[in-house]
Ligand binder design. Structure first.
Ligand code: BGC
Length: 422
């Protein structure tokens, strides 16, 4: 067949997160945050996409896209509403969902911590206290035992660096802190948490493949001729994209999170989850050390540069680890669906090219299945292959979704689609 074909076991999927789609996450730190009026468009996650009760609809939509995998998160704040009080009903719901996915030959990829946390956990200091890690591992112990033999892929933490900077440095997300010391301290604790959780999951179910979903960007100096901007760019690239990964792989808590203290549970990354969206420009700043900038006349709805081809640079950079890569997120805020198809096609072409160069890429999860609650941006930023009508919760497939479904079905990007990006 003409076009670009993919390996036969390639995972074609979409990604979501519980708080963003399920609704009714009343006992979570994020719901509290929303009630404090922190959401830019004044919306809330109260109903979101109603997926808690409509996961069968979601699975139908995934089937309609011809996908063979689905990355979603389980919500700790619903599973353990109060310390030590577990909801069997919620655990059962996730298990039923996993069984339904398996019945339809859709591989579940389960995220255990995707930004939202139980209110009770954040009230006792969340991950800022090392002694609190046991609460997370208790919850993981409970769910992984239930899912044993059903789930092959686990993501323990979604985007640790985004969680740290938004929550502890810039204070825009819960818990709303502005402290560099706290940011590093929590970073250190997340590494300890990863290390313990990895080990725990492997003990329960040795056949699992475990990782994190690493937020990545292309970073470039704001002014290429400025040495200060160039040095700042290297620092930011290393800090944001590599220190967390390097710490796990070297089994040491690297600076600035620690002083090379050893991680002692023999954890690893069985694959690397890559979330890629855009490019950022780094400008040296006297007071803050650096500033993150955009400069382009093609910005997406959320103000990020349209730069799908950058995924190739990120893949090149991460290929040094020689560990299989899964694209765990990639997408674009584009309400009118004017650029999503182009974004998707360029991305997939670059992934294909990277694979030809010998980089092992096992799958691609598009963010997202449908428009959903986009954190502080609320429901106004739309990343979905399906359009969500928040009045009646009907989902309509966008044109880009049609294209993606054809690619997944053929396991290949046809010549006629490639023409579109030539
Ligand atoms: C997050 C998602 C988010 C997406 C788009 C990623 O940072 O993991 O939860 O919706 O980007 O902003």
């Amino acid at each position: 067949m003409e076009g670009l074909s993919f390996p036969k076991d390639f995972l074609w999927g979409v990604a979501t997160a519980a708080h963003q789609i399920e609704g009714f996450n009343y006992k979570s730190d994020w719901y509290e945050w929303e009630k404090k009026g922190k959401i830019k468009d004044g919306s809330s996650s109260e109903k979101a996409c109603l997926s808690e009760n409509r996961y069968l609809r979601d699975i139908d939509n995934i089937k309609n896209l011809n996908l063979n995998s689905y990355r979603f998160s389980v919500e700790w704040a619903k599973i353990e509403t109060e310390k030590g009080k577990y909801s069997n009903k919620q655990i059962r719901r996730y298990k039923d969902m996993i069984l339904e996915l398996k019945k339809n030959s859709i591989e579940p990829i389960v995220t255990l911590f995707h930004f939202s946390l139980p209110s009770w956990f954040s009230e006792i200091g969340g991950f800022s206290k090392v002694e609190n890690i046991k609460y997370f591992t208790n919850y993981v112990n409970k769910v992984v035992k239930e899912f044993k033999g059903l789930v092959q892929y686990y993501i323990i933490i979604n985007e640790p660096m985004v969680y740290l900077t938004q929550g502890y440095l810039f204070g825009e997300w819960p818990p709303g802190e502005n402290s560099i010391e706290k940011t590093y301290e929590v970073g250190k604790n997340l590494l300890i948490m990863y290390d313990k959780t990895y080990n725990l999951i492997k003990k329960i179910d040795p056949y699992t493949k475990i990782s994190i979903a690493k937020h990545t960007s292309v970073y470039e100096p704001y002014n290429k001729l400025s040495l200060k901007d160039r040095l700042a760019t290297n620092k930011v690239r290393n800090l944001f994209d590599h220190v967390f990964v390097d710490s796990i792989l070297k089994q040491k808590i690297l600076p600035p999170f620690g002083k090379e203290e050893l991680l002692n549970h023999n954890s690893d990354l069985d694959f690397i989850g890559i979330n890629y969206y855009t490019k950022r420009y780094i400008k040296y700043d006297n007071e803050k050390n650096f500033d993150i900038k955009t400069k382009s006349n093609h910005l997406t709805d959320i103000g990020w540069e349209f730069y799908p081809e950058g995924i190739e640079k990120v893949l090149d950079r991460f290929s040094k680890y020689d560990i299989p890569i899964m694209i765990t997120e990639n997408g674009i805020a584009d309400e009118e669906d004017r650029y999503r198809t182009r974004y998707l096609l360029i991305t997939l072409e670059k992934i294909h090219e990277s694979m030809k160069k010998g980089i092992k890429i096992i799958g691609y999860m598009h963010w997202s299945l449908m428009d959903n609650f986009e954190w502080v941006e609320g429901t106004s930023m739309r990343f979905g292959l399906y359009r969500t009508d928040y009045n009646n919760h009907l989902m309509t497939l966008r044109n880009s979704g049609e294209i993606y479904s054809k690619i997944a079905k053929e396991n290949s990007i046809s010549e006629s689609f490639l023409k579109f990006i030539k």
